[in-house]
Structure formats: C-alpha cells, structure tokens
Design a protein around this ligand. Sequence first.
Ligand code: ADP
Length: 310
Amino acid sequence: MAKIYFLGECLVELRELDDATMAQSFAGDVYNSAVYLKRCFPKITVSMVTAIGSDRLSEKMLTRFKSENLDTQLVFRHPSKVAGMYLIETDDAGERRFTYWRNDSAARKVVEFLSDGVVDQLATADMFFFSGIPLAIIEKHSRNAFWQKLESLKQAGVKLVFDPNYRSQLWAHKEDAIEQFDRAFHLSDIALPGVEDLTVLYGIESAQEAVGFCQQYDLEEIVVKDGPKSVVTLAGTERLSHQISPVTNVIDTTSAGDAFNGVYLGARLSGRTIAEAVQLGAKAAGTVIQHPGAIAPLAAFKQAMSEAGI
Ligand code: ADP
C-alpha cells in the first residue's frame, strides 16, 4: 500500500470573531496537504513528521491529526518547547493580517528527532514531501544533518517532493532561501512550485519560464501552479499546459496550493496520469478557496470531490 510522509510544522490558528472572541483551529502547509490527500485517498498511509510540545494545544493538535486519519507515529514530543501559533485579523476592508508566535516552536527542533532508526522507517515510504517553510524554520545548525538524511532517503529510492512555498518573513536574507532551495531542487524528484514564489526569488513571471528554471535540475516531474491561469507540467519530454476552471466565488485562497499538492500527489500515488492528477488537484484547490480558512469543512469538500469521481 502506498505511503507518504509530510515533514514540517502545524500551527495553532487563532481567528478573531469579534472583540471578545477567538476561534481556534490548526493549519500549516504540509498539514493542509496531508489532510486533503487523506480525505481523497483513504487507502494511502499519510504520516506527519513534526515535533510538538506537551502543552494543551499540542495535545489537541495531535488529536486533530488522528481525527483526520493521519498517522502520528513520527509526531515527536519536545520536553520543553510548545506548538507555534498565529493569529489572523481581518480589517474593515477585508484585508487579512497575520501575526506569528513560532520562533521558539517545537517544530524547529524536528531534525533532532530524526535518528537512524527513524530514517530507516522514512525509507520505507514511496514519497517524502517537504517545503520551503520547514527549510526556513529548522535550526541552521541542523541543516547539514537534514540534507544528509534526505540523501539517505533518496538513495533508498524514496521520491522526494518539494514545493518552495517561499515566505519572505521567515528568511533573514533572500540569498539564504535561494541557496537552500537550490539544494532542495537538486535533490528532489518532483517539484511543485507556484509561479508567484519564483517571481519574488528569481524574477520569473510565467509558468513556462518557471518550467524552464526547473529544467536545470534533474527532476522527474515538474508541476508549476499559476493560480487560475494554468498548471504547466513537464515529465520526460512531455510538456502539458492544463486548463483550470476559474472559480468566481473566491472567499479565501489560503491553502489552495496545499490542497492542490496533497490531492495531486495522492492521485499520482494511486496510479493516475499527470493530467488526471492535475484536474483532481485543481478541483480540490478550487473547492477549498470557496471556504474560509485553510481546512474546508469535510462534508462540502467530500461532496465536491465526489463530483470529480473521488
Ligand atoms: P499557491 O497557493 O501555491 O500560490 P496558486 O495560487 O497557483 O498556488 O494556486 C494553487 C491552485 O489553486 C492552482 O493551481 C489552481 O488549481 C487553484 N486556484 C487558485 N486560484 C484559483 C481560482 N481563482 N479559480 C480556480 N482555481 C484556482
């Protein structure tokens, strides 16, 4: 049975409802992708690789992972750190503002938990997904160890999957991100970048240019997301431009790319073609953006995906 690991950080999410009340949930790019993959392809084993604390919210986070049917064997407990957190505020004009408390989060320490035994376990997977967000947050002194572990996974035949998901506020210097992303692209088998991320870092303006950029690396599958415009893929010599049906009722684009990634990878792990996987990923993303927050309600999401044959 297919198996995929998602390494990164899940955060406690707080959203202001009114002056006196907050709604609390959980979100984070790799977690969002894991949730949507599992919801669509329940037979695939979908595992989170992260570190949480022993605090009450970390406990609730673990319970949430389990309620989304994610495997939590590699969710480690840091003895003194806590889960990271962020607040979403929406001003009168509807503009959203994010404030983060994650500089000292347990997830920054995840590499410390990746012992040889854990790497052996990771090596049994079909795919291992990571993004530019964990690359930004893992402590600098752990980076070499992280890359060595990824090399071992690659040698063991695990397909490494990377989405740059560039967040400028997480990087002190753009050059540092460029250097780390270069290592990630070099090592990966599948890349799932969004054009916007590459615009800020490399001045790339179109999906075709983004594919050209990725071609300098030895990638088996390149999947470039360009919002509602298109998805362009290249695998071997087959370059395809996939049409996306634009959604007019966009409520919140948070996690569109994450939903796409999760469902695309689930479809590929289930033997679907690239074209089929793009359509399913796009259907998932197009559904998620019609709901507020990173994680769409289960019933509405399942209903939309059943219309797509899932
Ligand atoms: P990211 O969130 O990584 O920046 P994109 O903005 O390219 O990625 O969006 C990811 C996916 O979400 C797209 O490939 C597309 O399938 C879907 N999507 C985004 N915006 C829209 C939209 N307005 N209508 C329909 N689908 C959309």
